[in-house]
Design a protein around this ligand. Structure first.
Ligand SMILES: Nc1nc2c(ncn2[C@@H]2O[C@H](COP(=O)(O)OP(=O)(O)OP(=O)(O)O)[C@@H](O)[C@H]2O)c(=O)[nH]1
Ligand SMILES: [Mg+2]
Length: 278
């Protein structure tokens, strides 16, 4: 069941209240975005609520996004005054370099502040807990009563320069439009109860088929890229033997397959939006 608008609004205002609690405590906000949809997975409300903080964007899922698109997005964010760092997902020894980059970016952005108290913020499923766990090295060492820390918020030590809120801040996007919601659902920020598989698959195709038809063909082992999404559905149904009586392709079985393969990152190298089209 899709959530009603009033329920979403309540959820949203709760999230804003939680963020307001952080104001005055944290001086660095790590805004986590999914590299497959960096524009849509931002949370603009956070910049307003925590206006006094330094912001750094952390791009997760770059390993399953299109690297040239990630470059463009990072340049676009930088043009708008926002530094970003690529999350070293699954990279051995990535932790130390990641922390060093964060601290260096913070020092460039902040006015001589050296002690960092950071919070990890982002939409559902963008990778906040994964980022938090890498930063803390899964130590989860609680720091005792720290002056100025709002009750109920716990800090963990990252290193001698950096403390981190131990719970990530989930924010909702506040998007209202169907097309934007579908984009978020495709990257897993909204539950799949929000969409009808056919509609979601169509949106996915609309967003990226033209640019990435070769990748789809390769992943599904098709002889050549289909000319358009409809032909692609047929080719995939044929490849998988999804047939109805009389030999008609059963394309209803194709949609969940494509959606799952995309959302889990099995089909990789795809980014759904580019800065120039935002
Ligand atoms: N391929 C890839 N997967 C990632 C990356 N970061 C996170 N994930 C995966 O994305 C999924 C969601 O990650 P979480 O860290 O649980 O995301 P979250 O933002 O804490 O999610 P919620 O707590 O539900 O809001 C998990 O399956 C992670 O393994 C990344 O950089 N690359
Ligand atoms: Mg989490």
């Amino acid at each position: 069941m899709a959530r009603s608008k009033p329920a979403l609004a309540r959820h949203m205002s709760k999230a804003v209240n939680r963020l307001e609690q952080l104001s005055g405590t944290v001086n660095l906000v790590l805004e986590v975005v999914d590299a497959r949809a960096p524009g849509s997975t931002r949370c603009p409300v956070v910049s307003k609520v925590l206006a006094g903080c330094t912001f750094i964007t952390v791009f997760t899922k770059t390993d399953i996004a299109d690297s040239s698109a990630t470059k463009k997005w990072r340049a676009h964010f930088l043009d708008a005054g926002r530094q970003s760092i690529v999350f070293p997902y699954g990279k051995k020894g990535g932790r130390a370099a990641f922390i060093a980059k964060l601290i260096s970016a913070f020092e460039q952005e902040s006015d001589g502040e050296t002690n960092i108290i950071a919070a990890v913020i982002g939409l559902p499923n963008v990778g906040k807990s994964t980022v938090l766990n890498m930063l803390t090295g899964k130590k989860r060492v609680k720091v005792g009563a720290t002056p100025g820390v709002t009750r109920g918020l716990q800090l963990v030590t990252v290193n001698e320069k950096m403390l981190l809120m131990d719970t990530p801040g989930v924010v909702s996007s506040g998007v209202a439009g169907k097309e934007e919601s579908l984009m978020l659902a495709l990257v897993g920020c909204l539950p799949d109860t929000f969409y009808d598989p056919e509609e979601a698959a169509e949106r996915l195709m609309e967003l990226c088929y033209e640019r990435y038809s070769q990748k789809f063909a390769k992943f599904y082992d098709l002889k050549k890229p289909a000319k358009n999404p409809l032909e692609f559905y047929d080719a995939l149904a044929a490849r998988r033997g999804f047939l109805l009586k009389g030999g008609v392709y059963d394309i209803q079985r194709v949609f969940p397959v494509i959606l799952k393969d995309f959302s889990t990152g099995r089909i990789s190298g795809i980014t759904l939006e580019l800065p120039e089209n935002k």
